[in-house]
Design a protein around this ligand. Structure first.
Ligand code: ADP
Length: 160
């Protein structure tokens, strides 16, 4: 039987930290579904369609990675897709409390669900989508924070 995992997130925008986690997951599981949460961000900088298309482009080199979007509860979507493992990234202890709550809630909602935590490379432990948005909105340098195509799109839509 093939192992399959889902990596859910808002990914607004998808950062090099997210990419690092996808690479690690793709090396462990036969198939990884990266799932963009619809309605995750109140005022997104990129629409879900834009994010899905950016992710598809940047994850093209990974033959066992697919990109989708989903709405509602992750547990329900996983049941529908017949997936039992969810991947989450853990940057630091500060992420743990929030992730712990989500993982336990998900397990309550879906008994056969496991959450697997992966650590990114140390150089991405500071990186969040919020930090990127903040730095960019104040004209700061976002080089090396985003995959090339996402950075290009950000500059194309919002200016350099
Ligand atoms: P959410 O809104 O669901 O928290 P995010 O898009 O912010 O979604 O993040 C999705 C997942 O990726 C979360 O598990 C988050 O902890 C993880 N993550 C975010 N940034 C990084 C990073 N720099 N390194 C590793 N994991 C990360």
């Amino acid at each position: 039987m093939k192992s399959i995992a889902i990596y859910p997130g808002t990914f607004d925008p998808f950062t090099n930290g997210h990419l690092d986690i996808v690479k690690r997951a793709a090396a462990i599981f036969d198939k990884v579904v990266v799932a963009v949460l619809i309605n995750g961000a109140k005022k997104p900088i990129f629409s879900v369609e834009e994010r899905v298309s950016q992710l598809k482009e940047c994850l093209k080199p990974f033959a066992n990675v697919e990109v989708e979007s989903f709405d509602g509860l992750l547990a329900d979507y996983m049941t529908k897709r017949n997936i039992n493992v969810a991947i989450r990234g853990l940057r630091a202890v500060s992420d743990l409390e929030y992730e712990f709550q989500i993982a336990h809630t998900n397990r309550m909602l879906k008994k056969d669900m496991e959450t697997v935590f992966l650590m990114p490379s140390a150089k991405y432990t500071y990186l969040t989508s919020t930090i990127v948005r903040e730095v960019y909105s104040h004209g700061g340098r976002i080089k090396d924070m985003l995959p090339e195509n996402v950075e290009r799109e950000l500059i194309r839509v919002y200016g350099g």
